[in-house]
Write a new protein. Structure first.
Length: 183
């Protein structure tokens, strides 16, 4: 047993001593060449110019940060037309999705009540009726017909208030049958 271990140890020592002499010579030549290169001086950092302060001396002129005309002041006052989102109501699931990621795929009608069938971008099917909210702009469904759902959105006004905008979700073609058609 001891003889086997010693013979393995001797074999290992012999094989590690035998290296590729050509590669070693090539490596030594490369190191010698690299060390013989001239050392470049590092360029000094550019001089930093001192900051020059500026004093605004025209205090009798109009401030550029305050509106001066009545029209400019009127633009800054929010248009309070009574339209505003209801921040106290509970959000509905489809309000987490932008309106352009939702697809209307059909309608249902039962006992005179019409429902719109909508698929979100994750593939979940939702049943909606008049009064439900969709989209990220407080969109409320006010009409459902065979071709589309009409939506009234509340969006921010440039004057700082809110305004209403009409939107719709149109019925898309039969995607299931289109996928299964032979080519």
């Amino acid at each position: 047993m001891l003889r086997t271990i010693l013979s393995l140890l001797v074999c290992c020592l012999i094989t590690t001593g035998c290296g590729n002499k050509e590669k070693r010579a090539e490596l030594e030549a490369y190191v010698k060449k690299t060390k013989s290169r001239a050392i470049k001086e590092i360029e000094p950092l550019p001089e930093v110019k001192p900051y020059e302060t500026f004093t605004y001396k025209d205090s009798n002129l109009r401030s550029p940060f305050v509106p001066s005309t009545i029209e400019e002041i009127a633009k800054k006052i929010p248009n309070d037309n009574g339209i505003r989102p209801d921040v106290n109501r509970r959000k509905e699931p489809l309000e987490a999705y932008p309106l352009d990621t939702l697809r209307m795929v059909g309608t249902l009608e039962k006992d005179g009540k019409k429902w719109g069938i909508v698929v979100d971008k994750d593939g979940t099917v939702h049943r909606l009726t008049v009064g439900n909210y969709v989209g990220q702009n407080e969109g409320r469904i006010y009409e459902i017909n065979e071709e589309k759902m009409l939506i009234n959105e509340i969006i921010p006004d440039p004057s700082g208030g809110w305004r209403e905008r009409k939107a719709s979700l149109a019925l898309v073609g039969d995607t299931a049958s289109a996928k299964n058609k032979p080519k």
